[in-house]
Design a protein around this ligand. Structure first.
Ligand SMILES: C[S@@+](CC[C@H](N)C(=O)[O-])C[C@H]1O[C@@H](n2cnc3c(N)ncnc32)[C@H](O)[C@@H]1O
Length: 289
């Protein structure tokens, strides 16, 4: 398809039904010898990405295509493989909890991660950050990642439990339980603003002490000033105003970090930590309302 002209690619997208092109994308994803596979998949589905970005990203992740391919057990588990942006996020998280008068090593009992992939961050939290946590759970739409991660975690005797689910179904999946720490890193950028805001609301309702969000920073303006979400040209992901989403959901931003154009591990840095307006801690407890 690399040799195809723009006109031929447009014609292909116009005349071959999306369902057929999706099947072709899944087939291409399995051909490990083919480079660059992600480029081919992108070209096949370019119109879908423009029309329905949520559906497009969901499709790619659910089938472990494109950017999902680096989420493999051998590449991600282990403290030495945790990238700099996540280390920074966890350092901020530790500092925030300490500032609340808590000992993160002893007093964090439950963690939930939305978009946990193979569960490698939860495992790092279990071994290196919150060793007293009895409950470490996560969901992800990538079935391949969850299956591979679960098998590895079971072999380590880990308490981490991860399951396949769409973050849009968080209410149903988590029910009324609440977790000391809710985490969502590098995930909301795959949803349009309205859908992302709903997920933020659902996470906040289940937050005991703190909700930790990591998103893409706008390179020039602090995200908190954005009236509309931006789009990163390279992959069609969204640059959101997470501060506004927290406020819209009735939460309070308690700590944040915005580093503008600085790129670390290929991404800009924007963290938002939030609490429900009235916070009472509670590992896996029932919600009051
Ligand atoms: C960039 S990865 C981040 C993984 C991990 N949180 C980290 O920080 O490395 C984005 C993750 O979000 C997951 N994801 C994307 N859309 C999702 C959805 N609708 N529901 C649940 N998970 C989703 C992907 O499968 C992927 O594992």
């Amino acid at each position: 398809m690399g040799a195809l002209t723009h006109g031929a690619k447009r014609a292909l997208r116009a005349f071959v039904p999306l369902a057929v092109r999706k099947r072709a994308a899944i087939w291409l994803g399995g051909r490990t010898w083919l480079t660059p596979r992600h480029w081919w998949v992108t070209e096949l589905l370019r119109d879908y990405a423009a029309r329905d970005p949520d559906g497009y990203h969901r499709f790619l992740w659910a089938h472990h295509l494109g950017y999902a391919e680096t989420y493999e057990v051998a590449r991600r588990f282990g403290a030495e493989n945790i990238n700099e942006t996540r280390r920074l996020l966890f350092a901020d998280l530790r500092e925030h909890l300490t500032g609340l008068g808590m000992d993160p090593q002893r007093e964090v009992h439950s963690v939930f991660e939305v978009g946990c992939s193979i569960g490698y961050l939860l495992r790092f939290l279990e071994t290196n950050v919150f060793p007293a946590a009895e409950s470490l759970e996560g969901i992800d739409i990538d079935r391949h990642a969850v299956r591979a991660g679960s098998a590895w975690l079971a072999g380590q005797g880990s308490k981490v439990r991860i399951t396949v689910a769409d973050m849009a179904d968080l209410d149903r999946v988590v029910g009324k339980r609440r977790f000391d720490v809710m985490l969502c890193a590098g995930v909301l950028m795959y949803l349009r603003r309205e859908s992302a805001a709903q997920v933020v609301g659902a996470m906040l309702r289940r937050t005991g002490h703190v909700l930790a969000l990591s998103g893409l920073a706008h390179p020039e303006r602090d995200n908190a000033e954005l009236e509309e979400s931006g789009v990163r040209a390279r992959d069609g992901t969204f640059i959101h105003n997470l501060d506004a989403m927290v406020q819209q959901a009735g939460g309070r931003v308690v700590r944040r970090r915005w580093e503008g154009a600085r790129v670390v591990d290929g991404n800009t840095i924007y963290f938002v930590f939030a609490e429900r307006a009235t916070t009472t801690s509670g590992s896996g407890r029932e919600q009051g309302t």
